[in-house]
Design a protein around this ligand. Sequence first.
Ligand SMILES: Cc1ncc(COP(=O)(O)O)c(C=O)c1O
Length: 389
Amino acid sequence: MVRLARRITQTSPKSFGMYAKAAGLAGSGRDLIHLELGRPFHDTPQHIKDATIAALKRGEVHYSDLQGLPQLREALAAKLRGYNRMDISANEIIVTNGLTQASFAAFMTLIDQGDEAILLEPYYPQHLGKIEMAGGKTVIAPLDRDTGFRIRRDLIEAKITKATRMIVLVNPVNPTGRVYSRAELQIVVDLAIEHDLVVLSDEVYEQILFDGAEHVSIASLPGMKERTVSMYAFTKAYAMDGWRLGYIAADKSLIPGLMKITSTEVTHVNTFIQYGALAAVTGPASALDAMVADDQKKRDLVVARLNQMPGVICARPEGTIYAFPDIRGTGLKSQDAADLILERTGVVVEAGSFYGEMGEGHLRICFGSESIERIGEAMDRLTTFFNEL
Ligand SMILES: Cc1ncc(COP(=O)(O)O)c(C=O)c1O
């Protein structure tokens, strides 16, 4: 047997959750409804595809700028200055293969052997493995479900030690659907400045906001530009998950370090695809608005239906494509519930415990990945399931 590196054998993830279980049932002939994956339902808007095809036809098929197409970075800088209110220029942006590569580069650049990185729980599990691969230690700061998973100073401060290097934020939050307020983010700002910490800010859902919720980028708050790595992607809002396109925004002092990882790893993102990204950022917002409006309808349906099911209480997500219902009233453990739901109904949902202990007693339901009719059908099946428990 070939010996695998400890980087592989001793790091997360230990499991791929319900996604792996459902994949095992592919081809079984069962009518599965996939509400476990955070995959957008919509097609990528046509003008983005057209711009990519035109670039390919024009022969944009060669190596390009290592940091990302200059005109794309200019457009992204304008977007970050406008929408995110960040003080950023085109040379402080790196175009990446989705947010996944952006966060890999960020952790590799900033975490040293033994450094501690604080994750707010429920957390996004993908970040764990990257911290561990970089030689760091994940430290979990559980948020309090009884106060709606709000950021509280005492809960984070209790986890800060001499070895703490960073706080990892996901905002809007996968899996809870929270959108952190300016006041909540200010708590993180104060702690980061007082303890000289870096903040890694995963803002992949920044544009999927409901009921007029405001997205605040932590890097826009005073004192944070120099100590934040902000990360974005075209993945969710533009329905471009398969394109693998994201970007990092960070102070210019951090860019050479980050690029040492991105350019070593993949050189740069596919050249013609970056023209599609340019069309996405500079093109009409109407397609994006229509998709978010559709997500909001699905959110309303799912929240209303879940709250009618016995033993289930579902808070209203302020953003993202996830509902995070509390099922403690049923007496079931999260994983048992997700397994039983799959077995009895063919609906695939993720166990809340996949996102850490604070997620125990919850399910994560993605309402953005199917048509409204299929979501309705899934809710019918779940109603029968909870009624029959
Ligand atoms: C919080 C969070 N970060 C990152 C990602 C991955 O983004 P990408 O597909 O752009 O790599 C996801 C996808 O579900 C996510 O939910």
